[in-house]
Structure formats: C-alpha cells, structure tokens
Design a protein around this ligand. Structure first.
Ligand code: ADP
Length: 194
C-alpha cells in the first residue's frame, strides 16, 4: 500500500493522510512535519533549512531526498506508506521513482486533492490561528502558492502520464473526502444497513 497524496497547501493532504494512516495501518510520512521537527530540535538539517521554510521556499532537492530516504528505510514502512509533501517538483518525482526501484518497491496510487484557492486561503488562516505555523502568514502563504503552481503542479501531469493518478474533489467534509479516497483505493467499508 504505497500512496502519494498531492495537492496545494491547505488542500487537506495532511488531514487525509492522518486519517488514512489509521485506516490502512501504514505510516503517514509528511516531509513538512519532518522538516519542522528538525527545526524545532535545531539539528544541523533544521538549522540549514529554517529560513527557507519560513519564506515558503522549497528545501533543496538533495536535502529533501536524504530525509525521505532515511525515513523510507525504517522498518515500519515495510508494508507501505502514505506520502504527503513529496514529490514537490519533477526532479523529486524522478528521485522517488529511482528510490522505489532501489528498494524494490513501487507507488501504487497517486491521488491529487483539488480545492479552489479561496477555500484554501480560508482554511490556512484558521490553521494559523490554531497551530501558529510560522509559514502560515499571508505573505508566506502567497509565496507557497506561487511555488506550488510553478513547481508542484507539473508533478500531477507526470503521474497522469504514468497512469497512476486519480483526482478527487477536496471540498466537502473530512469524512466525505476520505470516502472518495478509499473508493479510489477500492477499500470502502461496506455500507451500513439503512
Ligand atoms: P503545505 O503543503 O501546507 O505547504 P508542508 O507541511 O507539506 O505544508 O510543507 C511546509 C514547507 O516544508 C514547504 O513550504 C517547504 O518549504 C518544505 N517542504 C516540505 N516538503 C518538501 C519537499 N518535498 N521539498 C522541498 N521542500 C519541502
């Protein structure tokens, strides 16, 4: 069960990945979460990347790949993963491909969560109030959106060409979106009797 979730900042990738982790019993791997942990612990990586993240820029590909590879080599990923936040550009998509080959694994399904920008901005404003992420301010968010459009959006076509991509609508409740994703994975729970 190796799944990649794609979507703009605020599309709900992280939320859905956490729900899927519970449902499927494979770990949710978020490069954003791993980077924020490194910053908090002031590891050498964390110190290097802090200002980039705070400006809404991408972390250099080699550092992101190193972090991902280290995580994918851990024992808990043997049966699969839900990847959130990687790949974020075409070069990372190629790297993930190579890494999967090296590990004798393959991504089974790529799901793009579509939402409109207006909704995303409102969601992030709400999250900023709750979590206080330093990259959730309006100016930085604007930059993250631009970076997403320029660098991450092409990744969708990359996976579409490989026949791995399904797009789903990310509007609706968390449970509805989860339901769509599980249908794509053909893992829906049986309908409850009326
Ligand atoms: P969001 O998807 O809401 O923007 P994330 O938690 O996925 O939030 O990412 C936060 C930040 O972490 C990004 O803006 C970027 O600076 C950095 N980051 C996360 N994943 C990657 C990656 N694969 N490559 C480069 N930078 C990354």
């Amino acid at each position: 069960m190796r799944i990649v979730l794609l979507g703009a900042p605020g599309s709900g990738k992280g939320t859905q990945a956490a729900l899927l982790e519970k449902h499927l019993g494979v770990p949710h791997i978020s490069t954003g979460v791993l980077f924020r942990a490194a910053i908090k612990e002031a590891t050498p990586l964390g110190v290097k990347i802090q200002s980039l993240i705070e400006r809404g820029e991408l972390v250099p590909d080699d550092l992101a790949l190193e972090l991902l590879e280290e995580r994918l080599l851990r024992a808990d990923v043997a049966d699969g993963f839900i990847l959130d936040g990687y790949p974020r550009n075409l070069s990372q998509a190629e790297s993930l491909n190579e890494l999967m080959e090296k590990l004798g694994q393959a991504v089974k399904e790529v799901i793009q969560i579509d939402v409109d920008t207006e909704k995303v901005v409102a969601r992030i404003a709400k999250r900023a109030a709750k979590e206080g992420r330093s990259d959730d301010t309006e100016a930085v968010l604007h930059n993250r959106m631009r970076v997403y459009e320029e660098q991450s959006a092409p990744v969708v076509d990359y996976y579409a060409e490989k026949g791995l991509l399904t797009r789903i609508l990310g509007t609706g409740t968390k449970e509805e979106v989860l339901h769509y994703i599980l249908s794509v994975l053909e893992l829906n729970e049986p309908e409850k009797p009326a």
